[in-house]
Design a binder for this molecule. Sequence first.
Ligand SMILES: Cc1ncc(COP(=O)(O)O)c(C=O)c1O
Length: 384
Amino acid sequence: MHENQSSSHSDLPLTSLAPNSRVVAAGRPARTEDAGVNTPIDLNSTYIAPGQVGYGRYGNQTWSALEEAISSLEGGETLVYASGMAAISAMLSILPKGAVIVASRNGYTGTMALLKKAQDSGMAEVRYVDIADTQEVLQEIKGAMLLWIESPTNPALEVADLPTIIAAAKSINVGVAVDNTFATPMVQQPLELGADVVIHSLTKYISGHSDVILGSISTRDSALYGRLSDVRKLAGAIPGPFECWIALRGIRTLGLRMERAQSNALELARRLESHPAIERVRYPGLPNDPHHATAASFMKGFGAVVSFEVKGGPEAADRVCQASRLVAFATSLGGVESLWERRHRWSAESPTIPTNLVRLSVGIEDVEDLWRDIDQALQMPSRE
Ligand SMILES: Cc1ncc(COP(=O)(O)O)c(C=O)c1O
């Protein structure tokens, strides 16, 4: 659904509402007598003909409701996928053979693996850049087909100057895709800045409860939307209606969750900064973080992931992660519950990421409870 259309449940235009209201109002059934206030879980593989949908791989009203809710925040039209990786694969699959892609040197390991595979097989030529180095990005995008941006990056938390690099890319006809998983549309809206597509792992903040795997692509380009829609039909990476319903329930509270998680993250980052067991804290909300000025210039928040390097190396970092009682030792991010892990426990993590780096996804618990738990876990290395 286009963002300038009305919410489906009333004639109130979504654009007249603030994001916190849009995300509650979008994707509801029409307000007819005794209609439910929530879109049902549409468990059908086929539909009576003739009709708009036709078959369960082509469309589903629960997907559409979730797509409408995401579109209400990002703008444009949205397609939901079976995972964030399915969305990223769909996007890369429509590029012509040999396409030049400019991408961040650091980023989610799955995306990095996919880019490497595209490069190794000759499907694409990938030029890796420091996405926070605007001059380097401006230099490398010349003659490229796509600028692939993840910002803030996972897990180094580097911040790209989106307004500058998107405008520069568009001025020379380079396509721009932004993975907005870490920031969420509550913090930055890349389509507003001119990006062609925005991608999400809905698994993270948008669903928000660590209970589904889903992804999405949003775009304002109707031709591109049509191509991606065809690819989804044929490749079949469709989401399950139940998962979409869960995500739709989660997205209603995205604004509230982000507010709380971000304020917790800033407070914890400040305290971690002066903790004797910590070597370095990365959080764009900290005034002396190298990415603070860029983030503060256009983002409406700093996200809720904090990365930090533990004194004593990887063994010390592992002991810290295993010593928490409230923060769960688990991968992923974006849920109401705080999670952490040492990223290099995964062999796929990039060698540019320090081996003692812990990524903390800050949840919505009471910040004092979180700090007590983190502080007691950080005592572990020195006790050994
Ligand atoms: C930034 C980012 N993009 C994409 C993905 C992939 O999403 P999914 O696990 O939903 O496939 C992840 C997963 O962690 C991620 O962190």
